[in-house]
Design a protein around this ligand. Structure first.
Ligand code: GLU
Length: 302
């Protein structure tokens, strides 16, 4: 909570493509919950990926939100302006020897998992997003060998030593007022182990989605995280990082996802449900509100 004790909500899109109906739904629900609870509504631009995020997409995000009648209460926080905050958090974890440089690329991890399957007849474990877990080979590499590789310019990512990290913290929980994919609600026990040694930073960017989201939620005094159900399992990693970094935990509300006519999650590359396309086709704010079924949802939330 902030010093004024007004709840703080946030909408945190990545300006790496056009917003679609799913984003509109998330932004509208956040905004409505903030206003109904005499809370503040903040906008955060999650633009740490300097290759995919552009100023043009950022301008479009702002235009789309204005079109939706959404007003934010502070200057938007742009993550790329705050790399020093994330670097400090990463450094504090490095000081506890909870992160290590990992040199295996995503492609190498995938090949490893395929080989494992061929040799063992069953799957190598996967994280909740379906990616094979990092096998942890670089965890035990000697400091001298690490330094040699880093000095030679080999690409690496900073990964959390998950087993070690878990020993540092008590059992973690969060309060869920929405629902997970199997109807999980109320007091939820975090299970960060299922993600393995997650990436917390890269060679050229001192952060990752997981790290910057927890640092920013704390720095912005966010009391209520309202976001799509696709991020439900990530909350386990976020609770762990909050605990390791001594940051408070917000309340969480994971809302349902707007699905396309094929029953799949909307994606930024599917042009037909982009807010720009819908606006150009003459849709008004009220049409979007009706399309995402916002009224029905809000009557359930309140
Ligand atoms: N930037 C994330 C996204 O666009 C959302 C982060 C969050 O709400 O925690 O999916």
């Amino acid at each position: 909570m902030t010093s004024t004790d007004r709840p703080v909500f946030r909408f945190a899109p990545s300006p790496n493509g056009e917003l679609h109906l799913g984003h509109a739904y998330s932004a509208l629900i956040n905004h409505a919950m903030a206003r109904a609870n005499n809370g503040r509504f903040l906008l955060r631009l999650e633009d740490i990926d300097r290759e995919r995020c552009t100023k043009a997409f950022e301008r479009q995000v702002l235009d789309d939100l204005v079109f939706l009648g959404i007003e934010w209460d502070e200057e938007p926080r742009r993550q790329s302006d705050h790399f020093a905050d994330y670097a400090a958090a990463l450094e504090s974890l490095a000081a506890e020897e909870l992160v290590y440089p990992a040199f295996m690329t995503r492609g190498e991890i995938r090949s490893f998992a395929e080989r494992y399957r061929e040799e063992n007849g069953h799957d190598w474990p996967r994280d909740p997003d379906g990616a094979p877990l990092y096998p942890g080979f670089d965890r035990k590499v000697s400091t001298a060998a690490r330094e040699r590789k880093m000095a030679a310019g080999e690409r690496f990512a900073w990964r959390l030593d998950m087993e070690k990290a878990i020993e540092f913290v008590p059992a973690l929980h969060w309060q869920e007022s929405g629902e997970g994919p199997s109807g999980e609600t109320g007091d939820i026990r975090a299970n960060p182990m299922q993600w393995g040694d997650v990436v917390l930073g890269r060679m050229d960017i001192p952060t990752s989605y997981h790290l910057s989201v927890v640092v920013d939620d704390a720095l912005q005094g966010v009391s209520d995280v309202v976001r799509g159900r696709d991020l439900f399992f990530s909350t386990s990693v976020h609770r762990l990082l909050q605990s390791l970094l001594g940051l408070p935990s917000p309340r969480y509300h994971h809302h349902d996802l707007i699905l396309g006519s094929d029953g799949r999650k909307l994606s930024k590359s599917a042009q037909d449900t982009s807010l720009r396309a819908l606006r150009e086709a003459g849709m008004k704010r009220e049409d979007i509100v009706r399309m995402v079924g916002l009224r029905e949802v809000l009557s359930e939330v309140f």
